[in-house]
Design a protein around this ligand. Structure first.
Ligand code: COA
Length: 288
């Protein structure tokens, strides 16, 4: 997949070239739609990167493509299941060996599917909690020595769907609420070490699996976004650059909602709501 951003980002964005020169970012989910573009922006502005993913082919390919973004860019791939902290510890060690350090961490690896409560098994719920929440915890646990040494910064990629009740997303809502709580507590505990922790909560972002799954009627969705457009992966990348940049040096323990005020309209429930009633009532559901 070609990169979304290119050299023109360096000239037409508001950011100074080279603001991340000499810095290294560790990105879980970095081969996925949103986190990849976050990595692209940081690399274009001078950073080197470790791309962490579960699928070897996809992760290796993304890292190879990302390394083309800047002539001297170094981008490595690490094949990891974020549910296994030992694999993340190994990935962090490889990053330090090959790139020298870790300054920034993006905890973005996530799993998701739409499923109503009646059909959601306990193991399905646990799988998403394990990837999204435990995986985020493990990511920080594994990179903490480097974050401490370098007075680094963390961004968790969360969501807005736990701000209200979104049907078919019980598992993800619970996991992302936990991610937000994790970030807040880390901001307070690690602040005295000079480490900042913040959350980015993307809204309806064009080209993502989440949007494809949730949105049936594109025009209606757009009409429900106060800014009257869908978000782009670049919108998330811009927020990422801001939060890691010195401009945000006093920003800690916040959630940057990048959704055009979408969730304020309550539109995340979308067309799913009445369907829930049918699914819960008319079917025996899943095994436990
Ligand atoms: N609906 C209901 N239950 C589902 C499901 C779905 N669409 N997909 C998975 N599950 C359940 C499985 O049935 C299993 O539960 P069970 O043992 O009770 O049957 C449990 O979740 C674990 O499934 P498994 O496939 O073994 O998990 P995994 O750990 O390999 O992967 C996901 C979990 C979430 C990553 C996987 O479901 C997935 O690939 N999702 C779509 C891709 C994706 O998440 N992309 C990221 C977008 S943010």
């Amino acid at each position: 997949m070609p990169s979304t951003l290119d050299q023109s980002f360096v000239t037409n964005s508001v950011w100074k070239p080279d603001i991340f020169k000499g810095k290294v970012v560790f990105v879980t989910g970095g081969a996925g739609t949103i986190c990849r573009v976050q990595a692209e922006a940081l690399i274009l502005l001078g950073a080197n990167a470790a791309i962490i993913g579960r699928n070897k082919e996809k992760t290796d390919k993304a890292a190879a493509e990302l390394s083309q973004l800047r002539p001297d860019a170094k981008v490595i791939s690490c094949i990891v299941d974020v549910r296994e902290v030992s694999q993340l510890v190994e990935a962090a060690a490889k990053t330090v060996r090959e790139l020298g350090r870790i300054d920034y961490v993006i905890a973005g690896a996530a799993g998701n599917f739409l499923c109503d409560f009646n059909h959601l098994s306990s193991n399905a719920f646990k799988s998403v909690i394990a990837i999204d929440l435990l995986g985020s915890y493990n990511t920080i646990k594994a990179t903490f020595p480097e974050l401490r040494k370098n007075k680094g910064a963390i961004i968790f990629v969360s969501a807005t769907l736990h701000y209200y009740g979104v049907p078919f997303q019980i598992h993800v809502g619970a996991a992302k609420a936990g991610v937000d709580a994790l970030s807040n507590a880390l901001a307070v505990e690690l602040g005295p070490l000079g480490i900042r922790s913040n959350v980015i909560a993307p809204g309806p972002i064009e080209g993502t699996e989440g949007l494809e799954r949730l949105v049936k009627d594109r025009a209606k969705t757009i009409s429900q976004v106060p800014l009257q457009r869908l978000g782009t992966t670049r919108d998330i990348a811009e927020a990422t650059v801001y939060l890691f940049s010195p401009a945000a040096s006093f920003i800690n323990g916040t959630v940057a909602v990048v959704d055009g005020a979408s969730w304020q309209t309550g539109s995340g429930v979308g067309d799913l709501y009445p369907v829930t009633i049918k699914h819960q009532n008319e079917d025996p559901g899943s095994k436990l």
